[in-house]
Design a protein around this ligand. Structure first.
Ligand code: AMP
Length: 201
C-alpha cells in the first residue's frame, strides 16, 4: 500500500512526500478511504500512530477539490478540537506541512496568546481552524466566528478533553455548528463517557 493508492491529489502527495512518509500507517490505511467517502469515524488511536495525517489528508483532499471547482473561499470548513495548546499547535503545523502545496490557510485558537492576534488571523479567512475548547468558547461568545459553512468536525484526544473537564464546552461548541456535517473522533482510550459522546455527535 502506498499513499498513491488513496486517490489523493498530487498537491497533497507532494505534502506527504515533504513530510518524508513513504507508507501509510495502519490507522491511515483504515481511516483515509472511509473519510474520503464522507463517513463519520470514531477511532481508538494513540499519539504516535499517525492519526493526525489520517484525518488531515482527507480534509485537505476536500479543500483541493473545492479549489479545482473554483468554490474554495475563506470560510471555516473544518474545526479540529484538541485538549492542549501544544497539541493544537502541532496539528496546525501538520496541516501546514501536508497542505504546503495548496492555497489554504490554517489558524489555531488557544490560551496563552493574545486574543487580538488570533482574531486578526481569523479575519483573513481560514479554511482549517484548530482550537482548544476554552478559548474557542470565548470567541464564539464574542461573535467572532462563523461556522455556517463548516463541513467537518474533528475531536482529537477526546478522552483527554473529557478528563480535563471540557465536556460542557464541547457541547456548547457543537451546538454552534451545522447539524449536517462529518464528525470524527480520535481517542487513546474508549471509556463509557467517550462512547456516549461518539453516540451523540
Ligand atoms: P501522530 O500520531 O499523528 O502524532 O504522528 C506521530 C508521528 O508519526 C509524527 O511524527 C508523524 O510525522 C509521523 N508519521 C505520521 N504518518 C507517518 C507515515 N505514514 N510514515 C512515517 N511517519 C509518519
Amino acid at each position: 500500500m502506498s499513499f498513491g493508492n488513496f486517490g489523493l491529489d498530487r498537491e497533497i502527495l507532494l505534502g506527504v512526500e515533504k513530510a518524508g512518509y513513504t507508507q501509510p500507517t495502519p490507522v491511515q490505511e483504515a481511516a483515509i478511504p472511509l473519510l474520503l467517502k464522507g463517513g463519520d469515524l470514531t477511532a481508538i488511536a494513540q499519539t504516535g500512530t499517525g492519526k493526525t495525517a489520517a484525518f488531515v489528508l482527507p480534509i485537505l483532499q476536500r479543500l483541493a477539490e473545492r479549489q479545482r471547482q473554483g468554490t474554495l473561499d475563506g470560510s471555516i470548513a473544518t474545526l479540529i478540537l484538541a485538549p492542549t495548546r501544544e497539541l493544537a499547535m502541532q496539528i496546525k503545523e501538520s496541516v501546514r506541512t501536508y497542505g504546503a502545496h495548496l492555497p489554504i490557510r490554517v489558524a489555531s485558537i488557544h490560551g496563552g496568546v493574545g486574543e487580538v492576534t488570533q482574531i486578526k488571523s481569523l479575519r483573513k479567512g481560514v479554511q482549517v481552524l484548530v482550537a482548544t475548547p476554552g478559548r474557542l468558547i470565548d470567541l464564539i461568545g464574542k461573535q467572532q466566528l462563523d461556522f455556517s459553512y463548516l463541513e467537518t468536525l474533528v475531536l482529537d484526544e477526546a478522552d483527554r478533553m473529557l478528563d480535563m473537564g471540557f465536556l460542557r464546552d464541547i457541547e456548547t461548541i457543537v451546538d454552534a455548528l451545522p447539524e449536517r456535517r462529518q464528525t470524527l473522533m480520535f481517542s487513546a482510550t474508549f471509556p463509557h463517557q467517550v462512547a456516549s459522546l461518539a453516540q451523540r455527535f
